[in-house]
Design a protein around this ligand. Sequence first.
Ligand code: CDP
Ligand code: MG
Length: 826
Amino acid sequence: MVDDSPQRTDDRNARNGGGVDQEHRKRQKRHHGQNATNGRSLGSILNQLEHAIGNGHPNGHQNGNGAANGAHGRLTKLLEHRKQLPIWSAKNALISAVESNDAVILIGETGSGKTTQLPQFLHDGRLTTPPPRGANEEEKAFPNFPHVIAVTQPRRIAAITIARRVSEEFCGKTDQIGQEVRYGVPQSVSIPTTFKQVGYSVRFSSAFNPKRTRIKYVTDGMLLRELLADPYLSAYTVVVLDEAHERNVRTDLLFGLIKGIMAVRNKTSQQLQSVDLSSLEGEAKKKAERDALAARILGPLKCVVMSATLDAEFFADYFSTVRDGTTGQSAKVPAPILFIEGRTFPITTYYTTEPQEDYLDAACVTIFQIHRNEPPPPGDILVFLPGQDDIETLEQLVSKYAKDLPPTMSKLLPLPLFASLPANLQTRVFEPAPRGTRKVILSTNIAETSVTIPGVKYVIDTGVEKRKSWDPKIGVEVLAQVSISKASARQRQGRAGREFPGLCYRLYTEETYNSLKDATIPEMKRINLASTILTLKAYGVDDISRFEYLERPSKQQLTRSLESLLALGALDDRGRLTDLGRQMSQLPLEPPLAKVLLMSPQYKCTADIIDLVSMLDADNVFYNPASGRAEGTGGDVDDENRRGSDRGRFAHPSGDHVTLVGVLREYEKVGKEEAGGEKEERRKKLQWCKDNGIDGRSMRHIMEVREQLIKAVSAPPFQMDPTLTVHPTTTPNPAEFLKCLLSGFAQNIAMRQLDSSYRTIVNNVTCAIHPGSTVKGQGREREFPTVVYHELLYTSKQYMRTVSRIDYVWMSETAPQYYGRRQFSS
Ligand code: CDP
Ligand code: MG
C-alpha cells in the first residue's frame, strides 16, 4: 500500500514493495463493440516487430542493420533497474486498467517509475496500435493515424531528460531519440528500423518522428499548440497528464480540452447511431458530422492522470462517467484510482533554531558542514533554491570555498539545475560524480517531483520559491519570492530517502514549517489567464465562462484577462478572436511579447525584437558577483549600486531593453572572424563573457532560443523577415524599437514621483527600479521620468525589472485604447 497518511514521518521504516492497490471499478467494454486491443493492422505488425527488437526483450532478435549491437549490456542493466522499480509488478494491472477505462488516475511517490515506465507498459500492451482502417475517402479526412502515447510535462528539462532516459531503456542507446523535427521541417532522413520510437517536443526544440515515434514526452504548452492544429489529437491513442498535482495552468487547461475530445472520440457505436443531426444546421451541423467521423475513424482517446500526492478524488470525479445502474437509473462513477506502493528509506529532518536572515549563507554553511561531518561520498547533496540568480551565486560561493578544502578530503562539485540551462549542461546532474567527489545539485523546484536525480542523500531546503501571481483587482502580475507549501516541503524532503536513509535540513524553524499553507493555490486561480483564454478561443471555445474547468477561475479574473486581450487587439469588442489574436495564439510566447513580435515589421525592427525576446527568455544575463546578493537577501544599497555599475559598459542611454539587444549583438561578433573555427570562437566567447560579467550559460541558451524563433517566424503562417532592422550589428533605433515594445506593454508604464519612487499608471502601484538594472547602476534614474517595464518583481518591495525610458507622447500613439486623448483630459 502506498503511504496512507499524507504526513510523512521522519522515522518511517524502509518500505519494500511494488504492486498496485486499486480502487478499481470494472467497466463494460465498448467502443464500436471492440476493445482497444483489437484490430491488428499495419501498425500492430510494426508494433510487434519493434516490440520484440526494441523493448522489453533485450535478448530478443537483432534488427537487420545491427544497429542495436553493443547496446545489449546496457539494455540488460537498465532492465534490471526497471524491474526494481515499485511500478514494475503492476504492469499487467495497469495495462488492463487503461484498456478497460477511458480515464485512469495513477498515484505514486516520486521515483516509483510512473513517468518512465507507464508509457512503455502501455506500448507493450499494444495501446499504441492504431484502429483498423481502410483507404476510403472518409478516412482521408484524417491523415494521421492514432499510434502515439503523449506524456505531458510541465517543464522542458523534464521532457528532454526523461525522453532520453526512456529512449535508452528502449534500445540501449542514448543517441536514438526521435529524429530532429523543428517546426515541422525534418532535419535528417536516415532512420534505423527499431529506433526513434521515443521522442520529445518542447518549446523551441523537438526530436520525434511522425511515423515511428510511439511515446512522446511533450511540455503541456506544446500539446496545447498541437491541439490547435489538430483538434481531435488524431495522432494519439493515450494522453498521460503527468505531474497533475502541480496544478499548472496549462495542465489544468488540458484536462478540460482532453475531456472534450474524449466526449467526441469515445462515443460507442450505439451512441453514434443515436446522434440526431436533423435539428442542426450550418457550422454546428458540420462540426457534429466531423465529430462523428472522428469517433468512427480515430477510435477512443484514453487519458491517464498521474500525480505524486494523494489528493486524487478530485481528478477521479472530474473524469467520472455516467452509467446505467441496475435499477434503471444512471449513476455517476468516478474514474478508477490506482496506487503504486512507494519505497522510501527513513529520513531525519532538522530545523534551524532561529529564523535565518540569509538563506544563501545558511545553505553554504550547511553544505560544508555536511561535507565535513558526514561520511565521504557516495551521497550527494540537493539544495532547493528559488531561482537562477541564487543558484549561480551559491555555485560561485561553493566553488570558491571548495578550493580551500584540505587535499585529503573528497571534492565538492556544484551543479546548477534550472529551466533555462542549456540542454547539454542539464544532463550533467544526472551523471554519477567522479570517484571521491560529492555532487552538490543546486536546483529550483524542478527537482521536487518532475525529475529524479540518482545518488541524493542530503536535502537542503531553503523554504522559498519564485511564484507568479496576479492581482485581478489591480491587474498587476508579480513574480514574487514566497514561502513554499507544506506539500512542497514534504516533496523536497522525500528526495533524500530514495536510495539510502537520508537527511533533510530545513533552513527554517519548525514553527515556520507549521505555519506554511498545506498546498499552493492552483495557477488557474492566481495568474493572468490571457494566454489561456487565447488558446481556448483559438480552439473554438467561444464562451469561456462555460468551459469545463478542472477548477473554475473567478469571474473577475476572467473579465480582467479578457480586457487585457481586448487591449492587445487579440479580441474584437464582441470577444471574437481577431486575425492578430489567432497569430498570437500560434507563437510560443506570452500574449504581450507575441503581439510585439507580430507588430515588429511595422516598426522595421523584427530582428531587434527577436533578439530582445530571446534575451528575456533567460532569467539572468549579468552575473551577480558573490559579494552582491539579490536584494532582500542581505545585499546593501551600496552593494547593489556597485553591482549595477558592472553592467555600465553595456548601458544604453535609453535603458535595459536596448542594452540587452546590444549585449547579444556584441556576443555574436566575438570570435567570429578568428581563425581556429567554431572551437576557437566558443573559447573566445566564453572568455568574453567572463571578462564582462556575463553569464555564458545563459548566452548559449539565448542563442538556441533565437535560432528557433527565427525559424518559427520565417515559416508560415508568419513569414516575417527575421533580419529586418535598421541597425543589424549595433543597437536598435531606440525610438522605433521602444514604440514597438509599447504595442504589447502599454499596461506596464510607470512614472517617477517627487519622492523618487515610481507609480504605475494602471492602478497606481508604488514601485522602484530593480537594483540589477543598468539605469540604477548608473544612478541615472532622474533621466527616466516615464518608463516601460517588463515585469514587476516582489521581494522586499515592488521592483520593476528591465526598464526603459519612453516618451510620453508615444503612449497615445501606440496604445490609444489606454492613453487616448479622452483619458488624458479627464
Ligand atoms: O515518475 P516517477 O517520479 O514515479 O519516476 P520516474 O521519473 O519514472 O523515475 C523512475 C526511476 O528511473 C528513478 O527513480 C531513477 O532511478 C530512474 N531515472 C534515471 O535514472 N534517470 C532519469 N533521467 C530518469 C529516471
Ligand atoms: Mg514523474
